[in-house]
Design a protein around this ligand. Structure first.
Ligand code: ADP
Length: 631
């Protein structure tokens, strides 16, 4: 022993006290004695002196041993207390031990004292150890219970052979049972959601046989119908019964996590419905959410973007200093403006950006939700709409041109009338002049009327020309592929209505040409509409191909699989007013040929080897110098 054994000795007899001291010394004990004789001294020592063991005489003049024992037990319940007495009746001794004395030694057999002290000290040491262990256990149990409560995780044990289950308070709570409820397999099944019971039974059966660790998520249903989601993880361990296995597991109530996941998923689904690029970043600009629109607009997938710094990723250029934007955002919760972002392919794009500050339940800002609409797209769409409007206007004019065919018959009649009249008047005029006495006055009159008739005919022709004449011809550099694409888009609807699909084969890197865009559109449209009409009873495919010839001309062909060219009339189809259609004007091909020829190209038709016909035209592959011919 490194420190002395501190003994409190209650003994009124000095001789006895010395005797005891001698005895202990003889036995080689390293000790320190505090000797007291009265109750006051005893109490004082108990309260003020550090003591390892009490030796007390049983009979004292002022105060008896049992009272001393009671006093000691009250303040030092674990201190070894040994009676050392001259006389101690059997009954008193038993009583003393019952109350809590550690031992008693008669003064007549003091040789027992040291062994008794040693045993008492040893036992007291063990008791302290045990108490500490118990305390530690209790504390860890409390910690465990607290941890289980906080993490919504309970524990359980399940012996597969006996079916015996025990569970922690938290597991009991998760199952919605009153504290202390004894768990049984039946109870567990009863609390399982009806739809999951079958699965549970199967799992119990399988686990009893396979005896392997398992993890599962399932639903519980409380007696009041409330549904809980739980996650169960269990591992096999040795059971008391060598035949059996004890599963030790944890069960976690994941209901709120499931709900949160569902809400998040719903929100994410909603955000994915929009075409806007939406992302969320925290206050360190770290991206935590990235919707499908953002994937499309910026080119990075959600996986690539999440966890990145939004500013590093998108390299934004703001319309105002960032400090101003941030302070507006913090003050009002919102900010809006045009921001230039960089895509994954390094292209820069301008977006209409709307920021909204996200706060937690306490109102502390936690994140920023950024919604970006691509205005580049919007501008493009506006341009596209403008072009379609232009096309529509041109189309209306072209319609007037084809209407002219329908008008041809009545026009012919109208024109024929004044011309016939003029011819009759010319005859009359001749007659007045060939008389023996030429009537010059009448002849002049008739000639005047004749001029009026001819003028009338001229006016009718002018009116017809104005139907399709355009004020100013416009020569520009055109991309034939673009015109084919436009026409394909414009006629798609008509084609679909006639069960025709349009396929294009556009040569890459084809040279541009100088042409009147509207006139070339008109030619292509005539050829495509004719092709569609040729297939309107059978359906089929219209193929438009752009290519270049060896002598660097553009070669455009329009093929159909329709009724084919009228037999023996192959060249006549280009004549004005030639038509085989009941409502046809017979003007389309003649006008088209004149347009193409005025551009320095050629337009011709040939029957396909199978069904249908192919119309081809060429255009010079480089800027044309010659002036434009009248159409
Ligand atoms: P319209 O279409 O008003 O008849 P067009 O000058 O465009 O006037 O065509 C003249 C004629 O040429 C048509 O009536 C038709 O007989 C013939 N034709 C034109 N295109 C085709 C085609 N793709 N397949 C068969 N015949 C065609």
């Amino acid at each position: 022993m490194t420190s002395p054994l501190r003994i409190l000795l209650l003994e009124d007899n000095s001789t006895d006290a010395e005797l005891i001291q001698d005895l202990l010394e003889t036995d080689g004990l390293f000790f320190e004695i505090t000797r007291v004789q009265t109750r006051v001294e005893f109490e004082g020592a108990l309260n003020n002196v550090a003591i390892d063991l009490i030796l007390a005489d049983y009979q004292l003049p002022s105060f008896d041993g049992l009272s001393a024992l009671n006093l000691a037990l009250r303040t030092h319940p674990n201190l070894p207390f040994i009676f050392v007495s001259g006389t101690l009746g059997e009954e008193v001794a038993v009583e003393a031990l019952k109350i809590g004395a550690t031992d008693y030694v008669l003064k007549t057999s003091l040789s027992r004292l040291v062994p008794s002290m040693r045993r008492a000290l040893r036992e007291a040491g063990q008791r302290t150890e045990r108490r500490k262990a118990e305390e530690a256990l209790r504390r860890s149990e409390m910690t465990l219970a607290e941890a289980q409560r906080l993490s919504h995780t309970g524990s359980f044990g399940w012996d597969v052979l006996s079916g015996e289950i025990n569970w922690s308070d938290e597991t009991c709570r998760i199952f919605g049972c009153a504290p202390g409820t004894k768990p049984t397999t039946d109870l567990v099944v009863e609390r399982t959601h009806p739809d999951d019971r079958m699965l549970l039974r199967k799992m119990i059966d399988r686990t009893s046989i396979v005896r392997a660790a398992f993890t599962t998520e399932r639903r519980l249903m409380m007696p009041d119908g409330v549904i809980k989601h739980v996650r169960v993880v269990a591992h096999p361990a040795a059971s008391d019964n060598p035949e059996s296995v004890l599963f030790i597991g944890a069960i976690t109530d994941i209901t709120s996590r499931k709900r949160a996941e569902e809400t998040l998923q719903e929100q994410a689904n909603l955000l994915n419905l929009t075409h806007d690029a939406i992302f969320v970043h925290d206050l360190n600009e770290i991206i935590t959410y990235w919707n499908r629109g953002a994937e499309k607009l910026y080119g990075w997938t959600g996986e690539q973007a999440k966890g990145q710094n939004a500013f590093n990723l998108l390299k934004p250029a703001f319309p105002a200093p960032l400090e101003e934007i941030t302070s507006e955002l913090l003050q009002t919760g919102h900010w809006e403006g045009e921001v230039v972002h960089t895509r994954k392919d390094h292209a820069r794009l301008t977006v209409e950006s709307r920021w909204s500050l996200q706060r937690d339940a306490q109102g502390t800002p936690v994140a920023v939700l950024v919604t970006n609409s691509d205005i580049g797209d919007r501008k493009l769409a506006e341009r596209e709409r403008e072009r379609l409007r232009q096309l529509e206007a041109d189309l209306a004019r072209i319609n007037r041109v084809s209407m002219m065919g329908e008008l041809a018959a009545s026009l012919a009649h109208e024109i024929k009338q004044p011309i016939t009249a003029a011819a009759l008047k010319a005859q009359a005029c001749g007659r007045w002049l060939s008389h023996a006495m030429p009537d010059v006055t009448r002849a002049r009159e008739v000639a005047g009327e004749m001029i009026t008739d001819v003028m009338r005919a001229g006016a009718i022709i002018d009116r017809v020309r104005s139907l399709y004449a355009r004020s100013a011809p416009q020569w520009e550099l055109i991309d034939i592929n673009e015109i084919i694409r436009e026409m394909t888009a414009l006629l798609r609807d008509l084609a679909i209505r006639n069960a025709v699909s349009i396929r294009t084969e556009l040569a890459v890197g084809i040279p541009s040409t100088t042409a009147d865009r509207v006139q070339v559109q008109q030619v292509l449209m005539n050829l495509m509409i004719n092709g569609i009409e040729a297939m309107k009873d059978s359906g089929g495919e219209l193929t438009v191909v752009s290519d270049r010839t060896e002598d660097h001309q553009l070669l455009i062909s329009v093929s159909d699989s329709g009724i084919g060219l009228p037999a023996n009339e192959c060249e006549h189809i280009f004549d004005a007013f030639f038509t085989t259609k009941p409502q046809g004007a017979g003007m389309g091909l003649s006008i088209s040929r004149r347009i193409i020829e005025s551009h320095g190209g050629r337009l011709w038709a040939s029957p396909n080897s199978g069904r249908g016909a192919t119309f081809r035209f060429t255009l010079p592959g480089k800027a044309m110098q010659s002036s434009r011919h009248a159409v």
